[in-house]
Design a protein around this ligand. Sequence first.
Ligand code: AP5
Ligand code: MG
Length: 191
Amino acid sequence: MLNVIICGAPGCGKGTQSAMIVEKYKLKHLSTGDLLRHEIYNKTELGMLADAYISKGNLVPDQMIIDVLVQAIDAEDENNEGVILDGFPRTLAQAEALEEMLNKRGLETTVLLDLQVENRELISRLLKRGETSGRSDDNLETIKKRLEVYRLKTAPVSDYYKSIGKYSAIDGMGSVDEIFERISAELESKK
Ligand code: AP5
Ligand code: MG
């Protein structure tokens, strides 16, 4: 079983690479950003609350997203060969909650893949996506805020996984296929 975390700054390619990983390794994709956007699209109470944070480039509160993730994991059928968590955990508190939740279920994180991309490239990818995405956070001001929040709150998550020997940095510059080859090589070594 592979329980993979894919993390990295906004626009680093988490969603793009997750789609390819899911296909090859038959994992279930759980993206907390996608789960929240689904709530926003359906205009649920949670969606309305979350949108106020997302559109400003802030993280939603830890407990809100932990509840969303626990529900999604528990709704899983057992026919997949693991999960890929995209965009979670994003704070130390989330990382600790995740590890506790997995332990309780007799599971563990296999590896955290940290996709590393230069800021200039991140901004250019997200502005390009913003031309068609309709996402309230794909504009220059909010992108800059997301990058700052990432450095402050999410970078320490990498240190946590380094400290438990489950961290792997992946060069996220280059073509989608080149990056996927690097990820595949890493995952093959963990199977
Ligand atoms: P989330 O949805 O996770 O957004 P993000 O981290 O800002 O990342 P993105 O989805 O924008 O980028 P990505 O890394 O998936 O890249 P992609 O593959 O799309 O979170 C959104 C918000 O929700 C957060 O700000 C927060 O408010 C809230 N939230 C979510 N999870 C939370 C949590 N755990 N705790 C608290 N709050 C939470 O690629 C980007 C673009 O680049 C695409 O157009 C793609 O086609 C293109 N691209 C990809 N790879 C390449 C390549 N190699 N070369 C050129 N272009 C490429
Ligand atoms: Mg994404």
